[in-house]
Ligand binder design. Structure first.
Ligand code: SF4
Ligand code: SF4
Length: 166
């Protein structure tokens, strides 16, 4: 399935999420890297040693949720846009995501956008809380969004309403 579509199955996705108790405790990285590739900026970018690739650069990165502070420094560093931060500590009804977003124009804080699943299908509304695009992110802006909690394991990206309306 993944080999054909490039879309991770729910089973695959769940192997990358930490337990819900950890998510509800505060921000934590979800590293959706599923294939062996020669890559490791996620590991070298983490100041807390929370992502390990190991001696073989082809290894799939492993994130330790107990070392991860959710600082987000790895998000913009991943060339595959494979990392996002999830945070379930702010509300019982919603979760926050920090995701890399390389489309222009960028959204603005306060904007409502269309939440997309891993197949790019619209699934929900999402509220943009913050857009970060400092030089250190090297043209990979990071957008913080608020999404209904029931979409925790489905939400993966967004598009702006204007784009949805053509
Ligand atoms: S969010 Fe911060 S602490 Fe967590 S893996 Fe990424 S760089 Fe490391
Ligand atoms: S930087 Fe991204 S693509 Fe590269 S190994 Fe880390 S998670 Fe995978």
């Amino acid at each position: 399935m993944f080999e054909k579509t490039g879309v991770a199955t729910r089973e695959m996705v769940m192997t990358k999420f930490p337990p819900i108790e950890r998510i509800n405790n505060g921000p934590v990285a979800v590293v959706e890297c599923y294939q062996k590739i020669p890559c490791n900026p996620c590991s070298t970018a983490c100041p807390f040693g929370a992502i390990t690739v190991g001696e073989d650069i082809n290894n799939i990165p492993c994130r330790d949720e107990n070392l991860c502070t959710g600082c987000g420094q790895c998000v913009a560093k991943c060339p595959g846009l494979a990392i996002m931060i999830v945070d379930g500590s702010k509300s019982d009804e919603t979760v926050q995501f920090r995701i890399p977003y390389e489309f222009l124009p960028l959204p603005e804080a306060g904007e409502t956008v269309v939440g997309l699943d891993r197949a790019g299908q619209p699934i929900c509304k999402a509220k943009v809380l913050r857009v970060m695009n400092p030089p250190a992110f090297d043209r990979t802006p990071v957008v913080t969004l608020e999404v209904e909690r029931k979409y925790l394991y489905d939400f993966r990206n967004f598009r702006r309403e204007a784009e949805a309306n053509g």
